[in-house]
Design a protein around this ligand. Structure first.
Ligand code: ADP
Ligand code: MG
Length: 270
């Protein structure tokens, strides 16, 4: 893709919504691939025990692989778990394995349990600098559909929240709970955190409903909602079964082009 401007400092975004199936993972991997394709240095952190982002990026994540679990629970440096995405240059991923399912409970009794991801990312940035590796431009964190300690770690590590919203009837339902939780995080754990970006996903342009939902979301969040919307697209949903993002699976599809547009908008808004 066309080169995109580097942000002034690393932008750490958590892709969050406590609803499942709204396009968090799809958004994480495709925005990441679009940014990396434009020459930016991108790290995806998969903190969903399902490991769907790892799968879509074609990153090994069977049980024996060193993963984000080891980072969060055993203080293993991120530098030891990140792996390059084989199909996309400039894109690396910290995979999730099945062990992460237990981390929610195991974290409870650990010191600085909410800060572990933040510290790991900070240490990794220093390691890259020491090694003379380029500074990361974006860190995208793919969250599980819950508001437990894994998601809290992501909120504490991040500076920005990217909320994907499915363009369907109950889209705004549950959003107020998410925003309340973010306010709690801002108050107690991370005053810098902002909801910078909202992306409408699975948009079906043929229905009035989708247009109504989009209008309503834009009215509530005029500054956050991206102009780009992600259409409902078979190519987007097929890509992960080939362990690819739609950006490489079908780069000229409407899905790939819309994620490309969203990525351009995100870089223009820093
Ligand atoms: P989440 O991570 O929020 O649970 P996913 O990104 O896994 O959501 O998306 C849920 C399902 O919907 C997946 O099967 C995915 O392939 C599919 N999907 C996501 N975005 C689209 C889209 N724009 N068009 C069609 N299918 C989509
Ligand atoms: Mg997911």
């Amino acid at each position: 893709g066309k080169a995109l401007p580097r942000p002034k400092s690393t932008r750490i975004m958590t892709v969050s919504n406590q609803k499942g199936g709204v396009g968090k993972t799809t958004t994480t991997v495709n925005i990441a691939a679009a940014l990396a394709g434009a020459g930016l240095q991108v790290l995806v952190i998969d903190i969903d025990p399902q490991g769907n982002a790892s799968t879509a990026l074609n990153i090994d994540h069977h049980a024996e692989i060193a993963s984000i679990y080891d980072v969060l629970i055993d203080d293993v440096p991120l530098s030891e778990v990140v792996a390059p995405c084989p199909d996309v240059a400039n894109l690396i991923c910290a995979p999730a394995t099945i062990h992460l399912a237990g981390a929610e409970i195991e974290l409870v009794s650990l010191v600085a349990r909410e800060q572990r991801l933040r510290r790991a990312i900070e240490a990794y940035a220093r390691t890259r600098e020491t090694r003379g590796e380029p500074r990361l431009d974006f860190v995208l964190i793919d969250c599980p559909p819950s508001l437990g300690l894994l998601t809290v770690n992501a909120f504490v590590a991040a500076k920005e929240v990217l909320i994907p919203i499915q363009s369907e009837y109950y889209a705004l339902e549950g959003l107020s709970q998410l925003l309340k939780n973010i306010e709690m995080i801002q108050k107690h754990l991370n005053a810098e955190l902002i909801v910078s970006t909202i992306l409408l996903t699975m948009y079906d342009g043929r229905t009035n409903l989708a247009a109504q939902v989009a209008a309503e979301v834009r009215e509530h969040f005029p500054d956050q909602v991206l102009k780009a919307v992600i259409p409902r697209s078979v190519r987007i949903s097929e890509a992960p079964s080939y362990q690819q993002t739609v950006m490489t699976y079908d780069p000229s599809s409407s899905g790939a082009l819309s994620y490309q547009e969203a990525a351009v908008e995100i870089t223009s808004r820093s």
